[in-house]
Every structure is written in structure tokens, then in C-alpha cells.
Design a protein around this ligand. Structure first.
Ligand code: FAD
Ligand code: MLT
Ligand code: ZN
Length: 476
């Protein structure tokens, strides 16, 4: 045994003592889900999988790893799309799951804040807010299994960004274990704090490369007392963008969600998700799911939406539509939107692109992206849908009928992706919208970002993590 191996073995034994028996995953079968990413693109190995129970334990584990030169991969709910939470294949990295840190440390209903540990599942955060008649508005399809530390580390987006912003906008303070094992206590509950650099934003969206988020102070909002939800057929994507602007003009800041669903995506859902049905009698090519929310029990919300839609119908922007008349119907509309990823998986999987452009350029991107892809693979089936209210499209492609996804991607994947990303960049967009970079999009970040910006990122990384021990091989 070399001296290094002996030190590492001693360190791993020390780490076992720090976290105790409940904090170690030893059984090979139990370990499996931690080592494969949600999309099954990556499979890693780990020297040890630990689940510390407190910030102090996290800090002691990190210090021990730093001293022995062991790299750490933080993991939340492991629902990320870019392989950020999966260790490499060397078997030398330590996987640190935050899943045992699930305490709600404080609810301050007057300050409208919630202080939670990083391992709290997003749906539990939402419920903790609701228990105090308040709202935590971050909402996404994986909310039953993703964890708030992962949401902040990926700066998650989801379905209410139009009104409430990304995860970044929903945070007042953080507690972070730094790569050298120090604990940064930035758990402030302040809405104004200009005491120098705003350090929390360094760690939000850093995907675990600058430190481990152990707790956060989240912003809460008044709970919506009125909602109006509509499933609409629109003339084309251009009409969808016009409708969004008209609705915001007519109804104001209450427009909370505005999601685009093409017919192809709806048909995948209807075919693969049990219990779903088309809300409209006549099939159309383009749909939007619109939701308005208000904190006052305002019956005029529904009336305002109806009036705006009547105007849009008269103008030919909207072709058809239906308003949810009950909570069940509202949920049914949302199910049609939120099960698109699952339907795509059941239909054989897809070549995914998570991109954003200015809202005003969404229709152009849809047209150009489809044209570019069809020039490469005329039979490719485009499934481009998403959060068009904030300019974020999931521009995905299913293989032609009869061809496997693997064969389709091998033949055309690189050319389609490169053509699509070219269009995105030309329109002033981003090739990493809400799902982050991880290990999947590292080269894209380098290729499509401003080189000075990438150099600043490297400077920050080497200042905070000079030995590259915090989630190496991710983002940069
Ligand atoms: P993980 O996957 O465990 O980790 C993600 C990254 O964060 C990794 O790099 C990991 O190392 C790091 N990390 C995790 N916890 C910490 C921590 N405490 N400290 C430091 N680093 C940490 N995303 C969206 O943005 N919008 C959507 O609408 C959306 N919809 C989705 C729908 C489905 C069905 C699925 C499966 C995923 C969806 N996602 C969406 C992607 C995913 O859910 C989000 O990226 C989510 O925020 C990841 O959280 P997690 O806890 O699973 O993180
Ligand atoms: C969504 O908005 O449905 C997700 O971010 C995209 C996906 O899960 O593929
Ligand atoms: Zn999304």
C-alpha cells in the first residue's frame, strides 16, 4: 500500500466515524441510485457515499477530504439533467448526499421567510409555507423528489419564473461549507444588505463546484387566493408571444405562468400518460397553458381573463380555448404540460436542448430551429415546448418512427445540436437555460460563453477551491 492510499483509507475510516452508521451507504444495491444520474447518461463509482446529519458533520467531512486530497460530489435529489451530481468512474471521489439534513429551522411569518436545511424536498418546502398560509413559489415537475439545496445549486427555473423569478430571486441568505471546511454563515433574513459583494449569488447556480450549501433563508409570498387557468389553442408561436404581451397589458402582473405545448407533445402525453384527455374538441397545432394568480380573493380575475381571451379570439390570436372550472380541471391541464418529459421518455427518449432567448425571439427560434433540424434530418420529430413566458424552450427531438434514439443521435445528434445552438446564439440566447451545465454541457459553456466571463469563473474557482476538490469536472 502506498503512503497516499494509506492516508486515504485512514481518512475514509475517520469520515465513517464522523457521520456514524446512519450516515454511510455501504450496501451495493442501496448505493446504486446515488451513482447513476436521472437521465441514465452517466454511471460513476465512489470511494464512499455519506449522508451527514448536520452542518458541523459536513464541515468535518470536507476538512478530512481536503487534508487527504479526496474530491467531493454533493448530491441533493439527484434529479438534475446534466450529470452534475454523479461522481466520475475512478472510484476515488466521495459522494456527499444532503438527504438527511431535512430540518425546517425557522418560519418567520412576519418577515415572510423560511429557513430550511439543504436536504428538504421542494414539495415539503412548499407545504411548510402553506402551513403558515404563505407561498414558496418555486415549482417544477421534479418537486416531489428534488431538494432545495439542489434547486439553489442549479438555480432552478420551472413554471412560475415569469412572475416570481428563478430560484436565485427567492433566496435571502445561505449557509455554505467552503472547500477548505470553513462554514460561511450568510443566513441573513434581510431584504436590504449592501455590505460588500453579495456572496450568496456565487454559490447559487454553482452546481456544487464552490462549496456545499447546507441551509438557506427563502423568501415567502402571500398565498394566492384566486386563480384563473386556461388551455388555449393559438394560431402560431408568434400569436402566443403576442397573446402574452396582451394578457400582461390587460391583466397586469398577475400572469404567473405561460407555457407553450405543441400538438406533437400533447399527442405524446395523450398516448403515454394514463387518464389524460384533450381539453378541446378540434385538434390544433399550437397551445398555451396560461395561469393568473392573485393574493386577493378576486372573482374578477376569471372575468379579466375571459375578457382578454374574447378580445384575442376576435383578433384571431386565439383560435379556441377553455377555462378551468374547478381545481380538478386545473390540475388536469397542468398534468398535460408537466408529464411531457415522462411521455417523451416512454416514447423512446429524446435528444434534449434546454435553451433560452428573449421572449420576443421565441417564435423565430422555433421556426429557425425546426428548419435547421429538418435540413439535417427531415424525418426528425420536433418536440419543442416549455416556459415561453420567460423565453425558455425545451427544444427536443424524438427519433423518426422505427429508428432508435441511439441510432438517431449517432447519425444526426451532433449536427442538429450544433445547428440549433447556432440559431440560439444568433438570437442572443443561452445554450444552458435552466438545467445548468454539469458534466454534459461543459464544452458548450466554453464554446458559447464570453471568454472573459469564463476566465472570471476560473479565477473564482481557483480562489475558493485551489485544489479542485469540490465537484471537479463539472461546469468548468
Ligand atoms: P441534484 O440533481 O442532486 O444536483 C444538481 C447539482 O447541484 C449537482 O451539480 C450537485 O452536485 C449540486 N448540488 C446538489 N445539492 C447541493 C448542495 N446542497 N450544495 C452544493 N451543490 C449541490 N429544472 C428546472 O430548472 N426547471 C424545471 O422545470 C425542471 N423540471 C424537471 C422535471 C423533471 C420531471 C425532472 C426529472 C427534472 C426537472 N428539472 C427541472 C431538473 C432538476 O429537477 C433541477 O435541476 C433540480 O433543481 C435539481 O435538484 P436536485 O436536488 O435533484 O439536485
Ligand atoms: C420541464 O419544464 O418539463 C422540464 O424542465 C424539461 C424536462 O423535464 O425535460
Ligand atoms: Zn423546464
Amino acid at each position: 500500500m502506498s503512503a497516499t492510499t494509506t492516508t486515504q483509507a485512514a481518512t475514509l475510516a475517520e469520515i465513517r466515524r464522523i457521520v456514524g452508521a446512519a450516515g454511510v451507504v455501504d450496501d451495493a444495491q442501496d448505493a446504486e441510485p446515488y451513482l447513476i444520474d436521472h437521465r441514465r447518461l452517466y454511471r460513476g463509482r465512489a470511494a464512499l457515499i455519506v449522508r451527514p446529519g448536520s452542518t458541523d458533520e459536513v464541515a468535518r467531512v470536507v476538512r478530512a477530504c481536503r487534508d487527504a486530497g479526496i474530491a467531493i460530489v454533493p448530491q441533493g435529489g439527484n434529479t438534475g439533467y446534466c450529470g452534475g451530481a454523479t461522481p466520475d468512474a475512478s472510484g476515488s471521489q466521495l459522494l456527499l448526499s444532503l438527504e438527511r439534513m431535512r430540518a425546517v429551522r425557522e418560519v418567520d411569518a412576519v418577515n415572510h421567510t423560511l429557513t430550511v436545511e439543504a436536504g428538504v424536498i421542494l414539495a415539503e418546502v412548499q407545504r411548510a409555507a402553506e402551513a403558515h398560509d404563505l407561498l414558496f413559489p418555486l415549482s417544477l415537475g421534479a418537486e416531489g423528489s428534488c431538494r432545495i439545496g439542489g434547486n439553489l445549486s442549479t438555480n432552478a427555473g420551472g413554471i412560475a419564473v415569469l412572475h416570481y423569478g428563478n430560484a436565485r430571486e427567492l433566496v435571502l441568505g445561505l449557509e455554505v461549507v467552503l472547500p477548505d471546511g470553513q462554514i460561511w454563515n450568510g443566513l441573513r433574513k434581510l431584504r436590504k444588505n449592501n455590505a460588500g459583494y453579495d456572496l450568496k449569488h456565487l454559490f447559487i447556480g454553482a452546481e456544487g463546484t464552490l462549496g456545499i450549501i447546507t441551509a438557506a433563508v427563502l423568501k415567502l409570498f402571500p398565498r394566492p387566493r384566486a386563480r384563473a387557468t386556461a388551455w388555449l389553442a393559438v394560431a402560431d408561436p408568434e400569436a402566443a408571444s403576442r397573446l402574452l404581451a396582451q394578457l400582461r397589458g390587460a391583466c397586469g402582473d398577475v400572469v404567473t405562468s405561460f407555457e407553450y405545448v405543441p400538438r406533437f407533445a400533447l399527442e405524446l402525453v395523450l398516448a403515454h400518460i394514463p387518464g389524460t384527455r384533450d381539453p378541446l374538441d378540434t385538434p390544433r397545432e399550437h397551445y398555451v397553458l396560461v395561469e393568473l394568480m392573485s393574493a386577493t380573493p378576486d372573482e374578477s380575475l376569471q372575468a379579466a381573463l375571459e375578457q382578454a381571451l374574447a378580445d384575442a379570439l376576435a383578433a384571431g390570436t386565439v383560435l379556441d380555448g377553455t377555462l378551468a372550472q374547478s381545481e380538478d380541471q386545473r390540475r388536469a391541464f397542468w398534468r398535460l404540460r408537466e408529464t411531457i418529459p415522462e411521455a417523451q421518455t416512454r416514447a423512446g427518449g429524446s435528444l434534449k436542448h434546454d435553451v433560452s432567448v428573449p421572449v420576443s425571439a421565441v417564435a423565430t427560434l422555433l421556426a429557425r430551429g425546426m428548419q435547421a433540424a429538418r435540413a439535417i434530418a427531415p424525418q426528425a420529430r420536433v418536440c419543442a415546448y416549455g416556459h415561453v413566458g420567460d423565453g425558455n424552450l425545451h427544444f427536443n427531438f424524438q427519433a423518426p418512427p422505427g429508428q432508435s434514439l441511439e441510432a438517431f443521435v449517432a447519425a444526426h445528434g451532433a449536427a442538429i445540436s450544433s445547428a440549433l445552438y447556432g440559431e440560439v446564439v444568433q438570437l442572443g440566447g443561452s445554450v444552458c437555460a435552466e438545467h445548468g451545465v454539469g458534466q454534459l454541457k461543459r464544452e458548450l459553456l466554453e464554446r458559447y460563453s464570453d471568454p472573459v466571463g469564463v476566465a472570471i469563473m476560473r479565477t473564482l474557482k481557483s480562489a475558493l477551491d485551489p485544489d479542485d476538490l469540490m465537484n471537479p469536472g463539472k461546469v468548468l
